[in-house]
Design a protein around this ligand. Structure first.
Ligand code: M6P
Ligand code: ZN
Length: 185
């Protein structure tokens, strides 16, 4: 038996098997369109934090992982703070995201390179099918808190995103979150 709690208002996890990590601006080189702007900002700025409960080994088939991502409000130039984003290493694996608090967007890209977004608001539920890359962006001025549940053997493929990037980026265009075609890498 394991014992853990999830705070229903914030998604904060506490108890057995919980791992915490955070991503600082210093760890997100070349993730945002305006790399010079990112490099000029305070490198210790937290862009997002991830908590997850992993009770089986990563890669073990049949299990589930449960997590909460907190994406901070902020922008690099006109681009909203966001997660690195990934495909699953085991491409067919799906995932659920749900928004707990804040305002943002789930950015999705299929393998043909079509990027779309789904607005996120408290209570919005998002099924991410297999073969679809996914990333979170915070378009509000408070923390965006998002729950997640994914198979323990899904894994993360960041390399394919680094190589090709998402085909569109979520930018603040006159105050409106807008998907803007990305410059080809
Ligand atoms: C969610 C899940 C995790 C993921 C995290 C951060 O909690 O999808 O698997 O690691 O978001 O996203 P990324 O790995 O793209 O930085
Ligand atoms: Zn995932």
């Amino acid at each position: 038996m394991s014992y853990a709690t999830v705070d229903l208002l914030t998604g904060h996890l506490e108890g057995d098997g919980i791992a915490d990590s955070s991503k600082l601006l210093s760890q997100l080189a070349n993730v945002f369109a305006d790399e010079a702007c990112r490099a000029a900002m305070d490198q210790d700025t937290i862009v997002y934090e991830v908590q997850s409960q992993q009770l089986v080994k990563e890669g073990e088939p049949g299990g589930l992982f449960f997590g909460t991502s907190n994406v901070m409000p902020g922008k690099v130039g006109q681009e909203y703070f966001m997660t690195k984003g990934h495909y699953h290493a085991k491409r067919e694996c799906a995932e659920y995201y749900w928004c707990i608090q804040g305002k943002g967007a789930l950015i999705l890209m299929d393998e043909a390179g079509n990027t779309t977004m789904e607005p996120m608001f408290p209570g919005s539920l998002h099924y991410i099918p297999g073969y679809v890359a996914h990333r979170l962006a915070n378009t509000g001025d408070e923390v965006l808190r998002v729950g997640a549940c994914w198979p323990s053997d899904a894994g993360h493929d960041y390399g394919s995103i680094v190589e090709t990037s998402f085909s569109a980026r979520l930018m603040d265009v006159d105050g409106v979150p807008t998907l803007v075609p990305a410059e080809k890498k």
